[in-house]
Design a protein around this ligand. Structure first.
Ligand SMILES: Cc1cc2nc3c(=O)[nH]c(=O)nc-3n(C[C@H](O)[C@H](O)[C@H](O)COP(=O)(O)OP(=O)(O)OC[C@H]3O[C@@H](n4cnc5c(N)ncnc54)[C@H](O)[C@@H]3O)c2cc1C
Length: 398
């Protein structure tokens, strides 16, 4: 497909973007027999898909948990092709104060309803398990099992799986424009029967009808800790999907002019143990202008927040810090389906790309190939937005 092909050849498909959204949809389409080529302007997982925490229970909303269960099966399917460090760890939903504890209790109920074991524990119990924790935390909910992985490796595993079933992956090729019948790349025009845009926070550059913005988040990586971390930790200040999207909306010109929101819109302590005993510590979310210099103070703010809950870690060396851009939508849920311009879309996964994209890719491939993507997709289509404005009801969050 490096030169224009005849559109009568049914089954040629171009996927734009080599993050988790692009690699999962490329795999799903190729395994259904389509001839797939992926164009990635940089390298696989070069953006958020290689720069996140790799938590598969990053949002405990029941709908997100349903996506996670389906995604977990997909990760297990591709794991034999490339190691992705898929592992389990108990998850602590940490409450710093009584208000967070009330929220933690509500989440525990939702998690139990979703079939996960979740127990409320007091601060004394938690500090016994991990003495690095501050004794004045309010408590937390311990979820018996959660899953995490190496996000860049997991993205590459889907790319490998796609190659195994015939997909071609072209690195260093930028797509300048996307149409329903093909794309224009810096190497020339490529015709296709279907084009899928999976370009993360850059989706609206190619499909202007989509209201996708960018939410920057930062992570720190430590050297190995003196004692192993017993859990994945998520502080209860991380909001639900709907609220998250409101907080991450793009700044207005007025806000920008007055520098009205210099602080992150959301910050919450999150800690993920890494193989070898080191840890990732996060995280924050700030509406981003993508290419402006932003958030240089964030590593310090994240360290401060971490030490409020984990004073015992003050002597641990921090060896790296980086940021990534979450693709945000006005209602917080991914955009999966055909846009008004005829280009298919797999994106806008916000803070749950690793948790959700392998699931939404399978449903989208069913829709593209068989015309039926299942009940979950009926609420994720781009038609719920018109002219960049959220219309109709949000997807169910039951
Ligand atoms: C700090 C942080 C922590 C996070 N933690 C988690 C977590 O624990 N669990 C979880 O589930 N999610 C998490 N996320 C969210 C997750 O990282 C994203 O939802 C996900 O990576 C988005 O994937 P994507 O493929 O849509 O976008 P991206 O990873 O941004 O990939 C898009 C790709 O498209 C390419 N591209 C763009 N434009 C073009 C073009 N014109 N031509 C060719 N290529 C193009 C880009 O180079 C890029 O590689 C986190 C995000 C951040 C920032």
């Amino acid at each position: 497909m490096s030169k224009p092909t005849s559109l009568s050849r049914v089954g040629d498909c171009v996927v734009i973007g080599g993050g988790i959204a692009g690699c999962t949809i490329a795999y799903e389409l190729a395994r259904r027999g389509l001839r797939v080529v992926v164009f990635e302007q940089d390298w696989l997982a070069s953006a958020a898909s290689g720069r996140n925490m790799g938590l598969l229970v990053n949002q405990v909303d029941p709908r997100a948990l349903r996506m996670m269960r389906s995604a977990l099966e997909r990760y297990r399917e591709v794991e034999p092709l490339a190691p992705l460090a898929l592992r389990t760890a108990p998850l602590l939903l940490l409450a710093r104060d009584p208000a967070q504890l009330t929220l933690a209790r509500q989440h525990a109920q939702a998690l139990r309803e979703a079939g996960l074991e979740a127990d409320l524990l007091d601060a004394r119990h938690l500090c016994r398990e991990w003495p690095a924790l501050a004794p004045d935390v309010a408590g937390g909910v311990l979820v018996a099992e959660s899953w995490l992985l190496d996000p860049a490796a997991a993205t590459r595993a889907f790319a490998e799986a796609a190659r195994e079933v015939g997909a071609r992956i072209e690195i260093g090729v930028r797509v300048a424009s996307a149409l329903p019948d093909g794309v224009l790349t810096d190497r020339g025009r490529v015709a296709a029967d279907a084009v899928v845009a999976a370009t993360g926070p850059w989706l609206s550059d190619l499909v202007p009808s989509l209201p996708v913005s960018a939410g920057r988040g930062w992570l720190l990586r430590t050297a190995p800790l003196p004692t192993p971390i017993p859990w994945v930790v998520e502080e209860m200040s991380w909001p639900g999907q709907d609220q998250l999207s409101r907080l991450a909306r793009p700044l207005t010109l007025g806000e920008l002019a007055s520098d009205g929101r210099p602080e992150p819109a959301v910050s919450a302590l999150a800690v993920a143990p890494l193989p070898g005993g080191a840890a990732l510590i996060g995280t924050s979310l700030t509406p981003s202008l993508r290419d402006a210099v932003e958030g240089v103070q964030m590593p310090r703010l994240i360290a401060e927040r971490a030490l409020r809950c984990l004073p015992g870690l003050s002597q641990v060396p921090v060896v790296a810090a980086w940021s990534g851009l979450r693709p945000m939508t006005p209602d917080g849920w991914p955009i999966v389906g055909r846009s008004v311009d005829g280009v298919w879309v797999h994106g806008g996964h916000g803070s749950i790309g690793m948790q959700a994209a392998p699931a939404t890719a399978r449903w989208l491939a069913d829709l593209i190939v068989a015309g039926e993507g299942g009940e979950e997709l009926s609420e994720l289509g781009p038609e719920r937005f018109r002219s960049g404005v959220l219309e109709g009801r949000s997807p169910r969050a039951d």
